[in-house]
Design a protein around this ligand. Structure first.
Ligand code: ADP
Length: 301
């Protein structure tokens, strides 16, 4: 197979591992920077150019589109979909996962457990929103944040009110969430490929921190999932339409609650922690599933 990896970082661990895993299995893999792709969207036959070369002949594309380039990256991916190239994750699903509110709404309507989460536009509603999530301590999240940036804990209602008002003053969209204290500063990353959790790890926040992101100094360890956690992760990825996803779960008193579903989950933390060949599982999934024209949306968005 001829595989395109849409990534801005040929030297990133995840990108390198995907290339390596593809080549090990006898495929060709090429890293393409989506920001260097350009296209004539009015052309009768859809096409994508990369530094003057028309990109053709790909059997599959692996999108590794960072949050900061979602808009342009997804436009490029849609173009590949219109050219009938199979994508590991389709543009529509990635778009859903990038909007934290939208994805939690989609999960909620299918009965996936999540922390009580509220959202409001008008400052006059601040107090009511805090009440909705049962008051402090609570977690405030910037909708645009990643890697724990913009995730703040408010220990009192008063602190919550002033932080919400401050964010509002900056015209930032935030959501207000019940703090799952019993998770003890740990969360569980479930790496889903197809209908399986191929690897999972428990991440624990460093002393004095409640955010367990590895980028924030958290540490990781192997973890055995319960059947409920496993099925919650698989269902969550499926609901958003993602074949490959990192589903982040907190262990609450009332079972697993999903915090977030990531459509470009990193490979380094999970492979190093579990010693599993996650990149290999992704390539195997593509081998089994990639067919020309096998895209659900064909770039419809
Ligand atoms: P990001 O997408 O920026 O990583 P998350 O929503 O995953 O933001 O939050 C970052 C970390 O903060 C999580 O990994 C988790 O450890 C902690 N956290 C987030 N929400 C809650 C919550 N409602 N209750 C307890 N801890 C939380």
């Amino acid at each position: 197979m001829n595989i395109a990896i849409l990534s801005r970082g040929p030297n990133l661990y995840s990108t390198k591992r995907l290339v390596e895993a593809a080549e090990q299995r006898g495929h060709k893999a090429r890293v393409i920077n989506p920001l260097r792709c350009y296209m004539n969207i009015s052309a009768h036959r859809p096409e994508v150019y990369y530094k003057q070369e028309a990109l053709t002949g790909f059997d599959a594309v692996i999108p590794r589109i960072g949050a900061s380039i979602t808009f342009y990256g997804l436009a490029v991916l849609r173009q590949f979909e219109m050219m009938s190239v199979y994508s590991l994750n389709e543009s529509v699903s990635i778009g859903r996962s990038r909007d934290k509110l939208r994805s939690l709404q989609l999960l909620s309507r299918k009965g996936i457990g999540m922390p009580i989460t509220a959202f409001a536009h008008n400052p006059d509603d601040t107090k009511n929103v805090i009440e909705l999530v049962k008051g402090a301590p609570l977690v405030l999240k910037l909708l645009e944040g990643t890697q724990g940036v913009g995730v703040v804990m408010a220990e009192t209602n008063q602190a919550a009110e002033s932080v919400i008002d401050a964010f509002r003053g900056l015209h930032a969209n935030i959501m207000v969430q019940e703090f799952i204290q019993e998770a003890g500063g740990s969360d569980i990353r479930c790496f889903v490929v197809g209908e399986k959790v191929v690897a999972s790890m428990k991440r624990t926040a460093k002393e004095g921190e409640f955010r367990s992101n590895l980028h924030r100094g958290g540490s990781s360890a192997m973890v055995k999932l319960t059947p409920e956690e496993r099925s919650t992760a698989i269902r969550s990825a499926k609901i958003l339409g993602l074949n490959c996803a990192g589903v982040d779960i907190l262990r609450s008193n009332h079972g697993p609650v999903v915090m977030e579903v990531n459509s470009s989950p990193g490979l380094q933390g999970i492979e190093e922690c579990t010693q599993k060949d996650v990149a290999g599982r992704i390539i195997e999934f593509i081998e089994k599933n990639a067919r020309p024209g096998k895209t659900r949306t064909k770039g419809k968005g």
